[in-house]
Design a protein around this ligand. Structure first.
Ligand code: ZN
Length: 58
């Protein structure tokens, strides 16, 4: 679990792939899982990025 959390933080340190804007962390619970998932939203262009751990659950 600790390894997964570290990977998520590293991904959120990356800028938006579309416009380069700094990403903002948002907690969502609409992925069909039992736990909340923290995603990264771009406030500039609206792109949303899911951490690797969240994608593996889909
Ligand atoms: Zn963007």
């Amino acid at each position: 679990m600790c390894v997964t959390v570290s990977a998520v933080i590293e991904e959120f340190d990356l800028p938006c792939a579309e416009c380069g804007h700094e990403l903002v962390r948002t907690i969502v619970d609409d992925l069909g899982t039992d736990t909340d998932v923290t995603v990264a939203d771009c406030p500039n262009c609206g792109s949303r990025y899911y951490p690797r751990g969240a994608l593996e659950r889909l």
